[in-house]
Design a binder for this molecule. Structure first.
Ligand code: ADP
Length: 176
């Protein structure tokens, strides 16, 4: 049984992630999508929400399951009998960091990293960029699944309302 992990923060999952997960599932018997839970990092969506979106988007793919990890990815791999980490490579700029991580993970535990080149239509796609574009009202449909678009639109409008009410409470009352 060859089991691989697709790690990431998936805040939120994009069509670029889904493409890599789907392609990884054709290479391995089982693919565990490993959602990084790092409480010190500020995320738009909670770990539970990110897992729910991934489960809805690709949890029914054959051999694909969704899990989370906190701490070292190599510990997760050891505990889940994962032999390979699958990473998508978007551009040369991804490569330096990913090579360093792959070598570190290999030296820590011997786990191999398999790089899958991004499909050209997703080579510019990152969760951070999707959030930034959507924050300013840009159209990100086609870049994320519809279920993510719905949640993203709702979360961003909640955040905008929160910021507006914070600003209103900081303003001095009229005539003060
Ligand atoms: P982000 O999407 O913001 O880069 P993640 O940590 O969620 O951040 O990404 C997890 C992994 O998913 C990345 O390390 C990369 O391997 C892969 N990935 C993300 N976006 C793409 C994409 N558009 N094409 C291919 N792989 C991608």
């Amino acid at each position: 049984m060859r089991r691989a992990a697709c790690p990431g923060s998936f805040d939120p999952v994009t069509n670029g992630h889904i493409d890599i997960i789907a392609r990884a599932s054709t290479l391995f018997d089982e693919v565990v999508v490993a959602v990084g839970v790092n409480p010190s990092k500020s995320r738009l969506f909670s770990a539970q929400e990110r897992i729910e979106m991934l489960t809805e988007a690709c949890g029914s793919y054959p051999g694909v399951s969704i899990d989370s990890f906190d701490g070292l990815l190599t510990d997760f791999c050891r505990d889940h009998d994962v032999r390979a980490i699958v990473k998508g490579l978007r551009a040369v700029s991804d490569f330096d960091y990913e090579l360093q991580m792959a070598q570190m993970n290999s030296s820590l535990s011997g786990v191999e990293t398999v790089f899958v080149p991004t499909s050209p239509e997703y080579s510019f796609l990152a969760s951070s960029l999707v959030k930034e574009v959507a924050t300013y009202g840009g159209d990100v449909s086609g870049l994320v699944p519809d279920l993510v678009l719905t949640r993203l639109t709702r979360r961003l409008s909640e955040r905008a309302a929160e910021r507006a009410s914070e600003r209103a409470s900081e303003r001095p009352p009229p005539g003060a």
